[in-house]
Design a protein around this ligand. Structure first.
Ligand SMILES: [Zn+2]
Ligand SMILES: [Zn+2]
Length: 401
């Protein structure tokens, strides 16, 4: 920049020398006031408003876009660009009036956006954004009082205008890909970040019964740059579910959430399921029913009739005149023996009636049919009052029904 200024000065001197050489009638001018605005963001347009010259008779000449005697480079409305690699740069503006070189002045162009970006961009889930290293120019004031200040973190950490989205006290999630840096209402830019999972529970056992103890073997945590896999450093781990006693079923939900801590710092969570361990089958009600007991907590589960699980019924042949036939089967689930009644057919009852009273087998039309029917009704009534042989009632009314 200095060399440019020197060059401009040299040119001015040469031109002035030249002016001395030309006839005395030629006027000379000096810059009396530079334009109101001399500080810009990269990409802003130059504003010459406020530029004032003074001629050799001490008369002021204000810049006006309509005054065609002004020739200014760069000109009013021209875009001011920062050269590559610069964050702040002085651009020299040269002024000619009425074909006479007048002089130069500098305008300063500041980088729009980040001057420097945050150092840390790789995070683990649950960590918070650290803006350290970020800096940018902020413009305040107006007109001749415009000031560009370099805002940086942590130097300006207490500046309420300096905010981040998400904020620096929000734990980052795997979904976070960028942080927006704002100053007041102005968005300075976005910082790309990568957030990796602090915990990997993919190989951990998640399905349990209440006979089991929770065992997070294989659980992997990122601790700083290290990876710790449970049970390594076991004493640093803690969980919201105990690892030293059998699990308890939550009757409202099979799913339980486990929060993982390392040295008391939450690292993540995952779900496990805990259900009863209904493995043991037990006979109930003297063998006519069976049920499932939980091996974990001893709770009784579903109960079923053994009669529903008999594949073969064997007649007992124990019926008497006023007794029903019965048959016995073995429960395929618990091995319990069950006996049930087989009501006699009317024909069987009639034959028994005939043999009991020693009546002829061949039915005569004159036989007192009406007496048979009356008798059958009595037998049916008696049968309902006498239980079958063996284990008695089949369809019990026990407490487990
Ligand atoms: Zn249980
Ligand atoms: Zn059974």
């Amino acid at each position: 920049m200095k060399s440019k200024k020197v060059l401009a000065l040299l040119l001015t001197v040469l031109l002035l020398v030249g002016l001395v050489a030309v006839p005395a009638s030629a006027a000379s001018y000096t810059i009396n006031k530079t334009p109101t605005t001399t500080k810009y963001y990269d990409g802003d347009t130059l504003k010459l408003t406020g530029l004032q010259l003074k001629d050799d008779k001490n008369k002021n000449i204000n810049w006006k876009s309509s005054d065609k005697k002004f020739s200014v480079t760069p000109g009013n409305g021209d875009v001011l660009n920062l050269p590559d690699g610069y964050t702040e740069y002085d651009i020299t503006v040269s002024v000619t009036y009425d074909n006479v070189f007048v002089g130069t002045f500098d305008v300063t162009v500041y980088k729009d956006g980040f001057v420097s970006t945050p150092t840390k961009t790789a995070y683990q889930e649950g960590e918070m954004f650290d803006p350290s290293g970020v800096s940018f120019y902020s413009k305040s004031g107006s007109g001749a009082n415009i000031v560009f200040s370099l805002i940086s973190y942590p130097a300006d950490a207490g500046d309420a205008n300096l905010t981040f989205v998400p904020s620096i006290d929000t734990p980052l999630t795997k979904e976070t890909t960028e942080i927006t840096v704002k100053y007041g209402t102005r968005t300075i830019g976005t910082v790309p970040v990568t957030v990796t999972a602090a915990m990997d529970s993919s190989t951990v056992k998640k399905v349990y019964t209440d006979s089991d103890m929770f065992n997070p073997i294989g659980l992997s945590l990122k601790i700083g740059s290290e990876t710790v896999v449970y049970p390594t450093n076991k004493e640093h781990f803690s969980f919201t579910v105990p690892t030293d006693k059998t699990l308890t079923v939550d009757e409202n939900s099979a799913t339980q959430n486990v929060i993982v801590y390392y040295d008391g710092v939450e690292k993540g969570n995952f779900d496990i399921t805990v259900t009863h361990n209904f493995e043991a089958i037990v006979q109930l009600e003297g063998g006519t029913m069976h049920g499932q007991f939980c091996k974990g907590c001893g709770q009784l589960g579903s109960v079923d009739q053994c009669a529903n699980h008999v594949t073969e019924w064997i007649p007992n042949g124990d019926a008497g005149f006023l007794k029903q036939e019965s048959e016995t089967g073995t429960c395929s689930i618990c091995g319990g023996k069950v006996t049930r009644n087989i009501p006699k057919t009317d024909e069987q009852l009639e034959n028994e009636f005939n043999s009991y009273f020693n009546l002829a087998e061949t039915t005569n039309e004159t036989e007192p049919k009406i007496l048979h029917f009356f008798f059958l009704i009595i037998v049916r009534l008696v049968q309902t009052l006498i239980p079958a042989g063996g284990n008695g009632h089949v369809f019990g009314t026990g407490i487990f029904q």
